[in-house]
Design a protein around this ligand. Structure first.
Ligand code: 0L1
Ligand code: MG
Length: 261
């Protein structure tokens, strides 16, 4: 354990976020041999800084859940990070470019968890039985690294690029859907930028939360009742420009939107 260094790396990443400043990846500058396990220690320190600063966790989020993103990073396991209260934007609200570095948006399905889910060995079916609601969401990712250039440990340390989230306001019971075949379309200024289905997320978005519960179990942690969880992108992430009007629309789940100012 090298707690002081993990704290320093976390502080460096938090400063970059606050100052809206791109930094070089920490595996180039602060610890070349940072492992995935150590990167989660850094993330824990980053989460602690935010909690000490009075921020509140809305829920964990899953990232790198699609085959395309995993292949791109050369990994076979998704990652997680945390969404905080200050990251939430109202549905139909505004995301300000001056608050961010180089944001991109992606369409996701979010879950509202009704009962604690504790791994190991959790399945997607068990997750569905413990889910109160599902809802449409747009995640705005904003890596603190130059040009989104990072290794797996870098991005884990950087709270999985988490930056802003817009949750839809229509909550639906999960049993009303076959979420793997629910389609979603990401539109910017009326132009379809990408589309996908729930199956893009580890075969089914519920599988993503099962993986999360099983990953958290390694640290003696669990998915908690009341967590609102982004399960992972069903579309690619599209770079945002000033004036963009962004919407994600899902079959039966509804629509969620924001504008960039
Ligand atoms: O939510 C995500 O899938 C983002 C994970 C981090 C990778 C990236 O920043 O593209
Ligand atoms: Mg995401």
């Amino acid at each position: 354990m090298n707690n002081a260094l993990y704290k320093d790396i976390a502080k460096h990443l938090v400063s970059a976020e606050i100052e809206k400043r791109e930094i070089e990846k920490v595996t180039s500058t602060m610890k070349q041999d940072l492992t995935v396990e150590e990167a989660y220690f850094v993330q824990e320190e980053l989460v602690k800084f935010k909690l000490e600063d009075g921020r509140r966790i809305i829920g964990p989020k899953m990232g790198l859940t699609s085959q395309a993103k995993m292949q791109q990073m050369g990994v076979n396991e998704p990652i997680y990070g945390y969404v905080f209260d200050y990251m939430l934007i109202d549905d139909g609200g505004k995301v300000s470019l001056k608050d961010l570095i180089h944001p991109k948006a992606e369409a996701e399905i979010a879950f509202v968890i009704g009962e604690d889910i504790e791994g190991p060995g959790v399945t997607g079916t068990q997750v569905l039985a413990k889910t109160d609601y599902v809802l449409p969401a747009l995640e705005i990712i904003d890596s603190r690294y130059e040009n989104f250039n990072f290794t797996l440990p870098d991005v884990i340390a950087d709270n999985a690029s988490t930056s802003r989230v817009v949750f839809g306001t229509s909550l639906k019971k999960p049993e009303l859907f076959e979420l793997d075949v629910v389609g979603g379309v990401l539109t910017i200024n009326g132009e379809i930028k990408d589309l996908g289905a729930g199956a893009a997320v580890l075969g089914h978005p519920a599988n993503s939360i099962a993986r999360l519960a099983n990953m958290l179990a390694r640290k003696g942690e669990k998915v908690k009742k009341g967590d609102i969880i982004l399960t992972g992108a069903i579309t690619g992430a599209v770079k945002l420009q000033n004036g963009d009007s962004v919407s994600a629309k899902f079959d039966g789940l509804g629509e969620v939107s924001f504008t960039v100012v």
